[in-house]
Ligand binder design. Sequence first.
Ligand code: PEP
Length: 262
Amino acid sequence: MSEDTARRPLIAGNWKMNTSLDSARSLVDGVASAAASHAAVDVIVFPPTAFLQSVATVAAGRIAVGAQNLHDQPKGAFTGEHAVSMLVDVGATYALCGHSERRHVFGESAEWVGDKVAAAQAGGLTPVLCVGETLAQREDGDTMKVVRAQLEAGCRHLDADGVGAIVIAYEPVWAIGTGRTASPAQAQQVHAAIRGWLTDRIGAAAAQRVRIQYGGSVKPANAAELLAQADIDGALVGGASLTVEAFSGILSAAASERAPSA
Ligand code: PEP
């Protein structure tokens, strides 16, 4: 991992549509306690929106809490949706934008993801822009073409300062929830290319400060070798974020890959 002190490891748990209110409260409490032993690692959990306020109350600032999705409009006739201000009101400080399930299951376009990124940032949430190719796109040799297009559209309303303030999560679609992980070398190759895209867009110094997470079947057993890669600055974790034991194994891997340097 880079020696740049701005790139503290960022480990996030995406709980998706899992947990009950009680189990969410106990999971966040366990995660926050585990995080206290790893002061060099930044931690976020993304609970179901229905539980966000309660989870944020239990987290009590010990770790960050984010929203899995948002609407780009500030209010109105959007049944079932949540505006950025509502998510901020209940304690969110981050928001996932363009998670692969939103793109592929709910049909979110790359442009709408860009609208959401801009709305999140304007409203005070740090967007985590998720990008990644399908297996067919990888096999056709289109990985970087797809990822670059998602980055362009995802950042289409942002100026250089705005791009420099987001988090990017590279999540190959074929590795999400499948148990199939990109090899460290495969992941690093795409992360380095994302850093290259950032360098073109906002300059080398700012690009070096942006955190790029890897996501796709990360677990305690494979986290260390992924997080050891030069341009992998953290992980976005689905399945393994649902138990304190597995998630804290990933926090330990992150902490031992990158001892605090400042
Ligand atoms: C995710 O949902 O972002 C994810 C990476 O899931 P999993 O870790 O289960 O592959």
